[in-house]
Design a protein around this ligand. Sequence first.
Ligand SMILES: Nc1ncnc2c1ncn2[C@@H]1O[C@H](COP(=O)(O)OP(=O)(O)O)[C@@H](O)[C@H]1O
Ligand SMILES: [Mg+2]
Length: 346
Amino acid sequence: MSLIEVQDLTKTFRQAVKAPGLVGAVKHMFTQKYREKQAVNGISLSIEAGEAVAYVGPNGAGKSTTIKMLSGILVPTSGSVMVDGVVPHKQRTDNARTIGAVFGQRTQLWFDLPIIESFALLKDIYEIPEAVYRYNMDRFTELLSLDEFLHQPTRKLSLGQRMRADLAAALLHNPRIVYLDEPTIGLDIAVKVKIREFIKQMNREQGTTIILTTHDLEDIEDICRRLVIIDQGRIIYDGSLQAVKDAFARERTIHFQLSQPLSGNEHLLTDWPGAVVEQKDGQHIAIRFDRFEVSASEVVSRVMRLGEVIDFRIDEPKIEHVIRRVYEGELVLTDAEPPKAMVAND
Ligand SMILES: Nc1ncnc2c1ncn2[C@@H]1O[C@H](COP(=O)(O)OP(=O)(O)O)[C@@H](O)[C@H]1O
Ligand SMILES: [Mg+2]
């Protein structure tokens, strides 16, 4: 059995249908119209210990609702969730020992308490042994630079500081699983990088299982190997991040460094279907090509005929571009298998 087992999970919300404003609110008191919103619509997932899974999808797709059911905050309408042998919303105490959770939108720390005291309370609540607490505090303080605000109350922290504190709080009791719902939303790049490094370390070194929802697709590229995409409450893709890239990101760019500027023979680079010279300044050229039409070795050998190549590097496509196209309905992914016509020739 996997660490997390989800079968045919659904969640239906009853949403009030009312006209805006006070008049609408008063009318609603008498008419009480509701409509059903199927936020999660039959999701099945198995997640193994030690995985780092990105759970992405457009706004309103049902990501947070899923995470809340996995973490035991919400009761499913139907279907089943089993996390480390426990039904989260039924065995909440057992579940709490296994998991940590960070919800980007709101803090789980005591608002008026200095951070260090919130941590001390968590130590008591989770009965964290002194040695573990010391070890984690030292480590987290260093990795997340907590010392600059450990003695300040939560309410005085900036968003980035608060998020670092929340992350540390969620991991203090060495949970096997952490759910991170938009942990980098609204943060500047330096803080994002710090948070990503931290999550990555916990996953790689500690074997902590990570379930991450994020708008920031750079987060997932950095942290996750598995990608689950949901749309309108249903999973539309579940497979490796690399498989999506390999199958659907057709474009590659190769940057070359030459021993001397090209002299007069550049025309050999034009008139080449499937490839475009993107940048050309003296000893540097970059060639963008469709790898389903031209192979990387063809590009390299052609440039080598023009001049002496000192160095070259191939740019991987950004997963961001691929996922956007999935959201926009341009790409249809059913499973990790690429369509036959899209098998690359490099
Ligand atoms: N407590 C709630 N009551 C009513 N509708 C809700 C509630 N929470 C979420 N929804 C609706 O369920 C859908 C999925 O929401 P959510 O899971 O928050 O999406 P995501 O996190 O992917 O943006 C949305 O249409 C949202 O409006
Ligand atoms: Mg959400």
